[in-house]
Design a protein around this ligand. Structure first.
Ligand code: NAI
Length: 329
């Protein structure tokens, strides 16, 4: 099938060009994001391939349908950026990559936690400047600390496995408790118990109307002073303005973010020559106990290979008999 591939980066091309070998599909790579202005660039393709920072609202979906598109192939697990009801009404099928490597994101969450706790980001800069002092680099043992994990699906489970290896006590919250996590010693408790008892909180639940701003002023007030918070899930789980206040008061001692509320127009691009226009993000970057990465949790060789492979398998299935593999409804 012919595929219009939006928002292409060189690394996408590398992995998709490899995965497409031996198939009958053809990809037309477009560097622009998918939005109302660019949706009309579809030129005979029945499939479009989009990423998490593309726009798939009612306006865009309507243009795509008018251009003859039948299938939206998301090269991501997350689908909160798609107006699914509108897609259904327009007869557009939506498929995604439900799992490509939970380890990639879980390991990135741990990388953020370890770097923050031991001040690796600060030590790296210091030693390059010839500053070998240890002031303000004091960390804490992870052993015996209480880790609260919100969302214990594929990534949450992989994260729990690693933290279990560090000798942490695991508290978990998920509407559907996971047997494997219980076997690793996770104790399922209410959200409030997670907030009150945890030294470290890591978010691994999807963004829904229930979870939007799950970390807000009220929940932050319940937490231990100096709590470490890691968010590799979705930016809107955290109220960033409330987080800034909590950082200023010392309520939050360490903050690792791989995602940010308003990341769509910022992340994945080199904006270093322009300065940060978003004042909330700019403020967050000024704290020495905050590390922000640009949604790179998924960015491992294994994950990228699986994303390309599964996306093309989803398209194969649709071409074969019109059936939907890894559909989102
Ligand atoms: P999953 O679907 O396997 O697990 C999500 C879990 O969250 C499920 O067990 C579900 O029951 C639970 N959940 C749903 N509502 C909840 C609530 N209100 N409170 C607590 N738990 C709730 O998904 P997976 O693969 O583990 O991914 C988790 C999240 O990670 C995704 O939703 C996505 O936002 C994020 N993600 C981030 C990436 C990155 O590069 N930083 C890449 C891939 C995913």
């Amino acid at each position: 099938m012919k595929i219009a591939f939006y928002n292409t980066k060189q690394y996408d091309k590398t992995y998709f060009d490899h995965a497409i070998l031996g198939t009958s599909h053809e990809i037309r790579y477009l560097s622009c994001h998918l939005n109302k202005e660019t949706a009309s660039l579809v030129d005979g393709e029945k499939v479009i391939c989009a990423f998490i920072n593309d726009t798939l609202d009612a306006d865009v979906l309507t243009i795509l349908q008018q251009k003859g598109v039948k299938l939206i192939a998301l090269r991501s697990a997350g689908f909160n950026h798609v107006d699914l009801e509108c897609a259904k009404n327009l007869g557009l099928a939506v498929v995604r990559v439900p799992a490509y490597s939970p380890y990639s994101i879980a390991e990135h969450a741990v990388a953020l936690l370890l770097s923050l706790n031991r001040g690796i980001h600060r030590a790296y800069n210091r030693t390059r400047e010839g500053d070998f002092s240890l002031s303000n680099l004091m960390g804490f043992d992870l052993h015996n600390k209480t880790v609260g994990v919100i969302g214990t699906g594929k990534i949450g489970q992989a994260f729990i496995k690693i933290m279990h290896g560090f000798g942490c006590k695991i508290l978990a919250h998920d509407p559907y408790p996971n047997e494997e996590c219980i076997n690793l010693g996770a104790n399922y408790v209410s959200l409030d118990e997670i907030f009150v008892q945890s030294n470290i909180i890591s978010l691994h639940c999807p963004l829904t109307s229930d979870t939007q701003h799950l970390i807000n002023q009220v929940s932050l007030d319940k937490m231990q002073d100096g709590v470490a918070i890691i968010n590799t899930s979705r930016g809107k789980l955290v109220d960033s303005k409330a987080m800034i206040q909590a950082l200023k008061k010392g309520k939050v001692g360490l903050l690792g973010l791989d995602v940010y509320e308003e990341e769509e127009t910022l992340f994945f691009e080199d904006l270093s020559a322009q300065g940060i226009q978003d004042d909330v993000l700019a403020r967050l970057t000024t704290f020495p106990n905050v590390i922000i990465t640009s949604h790179q949790g998924f960015f491992t060789h294994e994950a990228m290979s699986n994303i390309a492979k599964t996306t093309l398998e989803n398209i194969n299935q649709f071409e074969l008999d019109g059936s939907i593999k890894n559909g989102v409804t």
